[in-house]
Design a binder for this molecule. Structure first.
Ligand SMILES: Cc1cc2nc3c(=O)[nH]c(=O)nc-3n(C[C@H](O)[C@H](O)[C@H](O)COP(=O)(O)OP(=O)(O)OC[C@H]3O[C@@H](n4cnc5c(N)ncnc54)[C@H](O)[C@@H]3O)c2cc1C
Length: 508
């Protein structure tokens, strides 16, 4: 690449929601960028499962602008309602006893003010494809794995990649030069490792199976009907230690995403994660365990069971060990020199918070805004001497807006898992009630939550809109100067009222 181009090019490592959103946001603002993704299959249908988007949808609509908004709506199904269904093994007939309905999504004020639903389900592969389709041709390079980053005398950076174009094929070393490197390479970030050394973000005591059932016939679940645009959560039996949740995702493929979670046993006397604890998540990934999970899903009442019974093989389940979700990176800055990290790399919230994808998208939008400004100023000055300083200021601006928020989302996620009350009111957390009193408490809590939402919809709407807007500042993608102060407060109420649990992570 010619050096002059390199001085204005952003190299993005990782084509997840964070990396591809960043590329879209930068290109929208006229900043050159390339995205390097090690996984050849990343755009294929069988990678990943579902995301629930709240702030993420609002951010993305800003990037796509009104003229392309419909592209996003085509891959998202609104989640209008949460239904808590009591667990009973029905073998197919019963809809199951409804413990509670949280009609948050259908509060008109929310729809109007957020210009769409509070939450929308989509699938990873659909989102990745729509984001990639919107980029200049050739932006994304698949099969490129970042190995090292070095600094050049003129301030630019050289990234070394192992490149392979076919699965299992020969690898060759290639390099690219750019002005800035962004690590959007997920929870096991190589870029983070190059900056701060190897580290695990934290521990998490649950194993998860994900299932993405496609081509669901309308007689089983008709996505066009509003009553089916809901998220079903199973209130499991006393001491069962499992949680099951399902919600519709991309409407065009009639997909429904399931998460089946299981509390794990704690393994003692290990210092592997630096705090003396590891969790036996991996052992649940066996074939027998997978089969058992599917059988359990099939016995669920109502829609959850009906859809699971369409699954032909337990191989369709994806097992995920949630080894190091739920903590943010404990360092002062998320950048070093001209390298910066976004999304899961600096902060990986528990999937139960439903925030991983949303916050990666938000990070990307804010970083794009600051980088664009920095390049504009560098161009105005027409000398490169200040470029290090301006890029560093861009990173500081990004961190100022996003660091506290990222840390807060992780903290709230941990609270959601550990709090007994939250566990009871949100049964998919897998920490099922331990005794008769907790079973009764769950009924009352569900009833209270339903009453609160249905009796005071305006209050709920006001709080939710405020929190969502706080978690999703405005980035003006078309120039002008109407950026608003960003999230000082995380979307606490949103998390508490239902933004949890849908998005589940898949290890990479
Ligand atoms: C394959 C995969 C599937 C997932 N599926 C789901 C899901 O179904 N539902 C859900 O809620 N969450 C899923 N997650 C996690 C969740 O998506 C995250 O919270 C969210 O995606 C964070 O976005 P991100 O862009 O920061 O990182 P990620 O989504 O993790 O994306 C990081 C990308 O970087 C690539 N990468 C990693 N290392 C390198 C390297 N050295 N060089 C080049 N590329 C690299 C990875 O292959 C990956 O595509 C998935 C993650 C991965 C990696």
């Amino acid at each position: 690449m010619p050096t002059e181009n390199a001085k204005r090019t952003v190299l993005i490592i990782g084509a997840g929601p964070g990396g591809l959103t960043l590329a879209n946001a930068l290109q929208r603002k006229g900043v050159a960028c390339m995205v390097f993704e090690r996984n050849l299959k990343t755009l294929q249908h069988d990678i990943g499962a579902g995301f629930s988007l709240a702030t993420g949808r609002i951010w993305l609509e800003q990037i796509f602008g009104p003229e392309k908004k419909h592209r996003l709506s085509k891959i998202m199904t609104p989640v209008n309602e949460f239904r808590v269904v009591e667990d009973e093994e029905t073998n197919g007939e019963s809809e199951g006893k409804l413990l509670g309905r949280y009609n948050l999504g259908s509060i008109p004020k929310i729809k109007k003010q957020l210009n769409g639903p509070l939450l929308a389900g989509t699938t990873r592969s659909c989102l990745m494809n729509v984001l990639n389709d919107n980029l200049h041709p050739g932006t994304l390079r698949l099969g490129w794995e970042c190995r090292n980053i070095t600094e050049n005398e003129d301030g630019t950076l050289t990234v070394r990649f192992d490149v392979t174009t076919t699965a299992g094929g020969e690898k060759e070393t290639r390099t690219e030069v750019g002005a800035v490197v962004v690590g959007a390479d997920g929870i096991h970030s190589k870029v983070r490792e190059l900056m701060f050394g190897p580290r695990t973000l934290g521990t998490y005591n649950q194993a998860v199976w994900l299932l993405l059932k496609r081509n669901i016939p309308p007689e089983v679940l008709d996505f066009s009907k509003e009553e089916n645009q809901a998220c079903w959560m199973l209130a499991t039996k006393k001491g069962s230690g499992i949680g099951i949740v399902g919600y519709p995702t991309s409407p065009t493929d009639f997909e429904m995403c399931y998460a089946y979670k299981l509390s794990n046993e704690q393994k003692n006397n290990s210092t592997q994660n630096g705090n003396g604890r590891t969790w036996q998540s991996a052992r649940y990934g066996s074939a027998a365990s997978r089969e058992e999970a599917l059988e359990r899903m099939k016995k669920c009442p109502g829609v959850l069971g009906k859809v699971a019974r369409l699954v032909e093989s337990p191989q369709e389940l994806i097992h995920i060990s949630l080894g190091d979700a739920s903590l943010s990176l404990d360092v002062d800055a998320w950048h070093m020199g001209r390298v910066v990290i976004i999304g899961d790399a600096p902060h990986a919230p528990t999937p139960l918070a439903g925030q991983g994808c949303n916050s990666a998208i938000g990070d990307a939008c804010v970083l794009a805004k600051h980088l664009h400004r920095a390049f504009e100023l560098i161009d105005q000055e027409q000398v490169e001497t200040n470029s290090d300083k301006l890029i560093s200021e861009a990173f500081l601006g990004y961190e100022k807006e996003r660091k506290k928020y990222g840390e807060k989302v992780c903290k709230q996620g941990r609270h959601l898992i550990r709090s007994r009350i939250a566990n009871l009111a949100m049964p998919q957390t897998a920490n099922s009630p331990r005794n008769f009193f907790e079973v009764s408490a769950r009924k009352w809590l569900t009833y209270l939550m339903e009453t609160l939402i249905n009796t005071f919809p305006d209050t709920v709407a006001h709080g939710t809109i405020k929190e969502i807007k706080a978690g999703c500042g405005k980035v003006d993608f078309d120039g002008g100067d109407n950026d608003q102060p960003h999230d000082r407060h995380g979307p606490r109420l949103w998390t508490m009222l239902g933004g949890k649990g849908f998005a589940s992570r898949s290890g990479n």
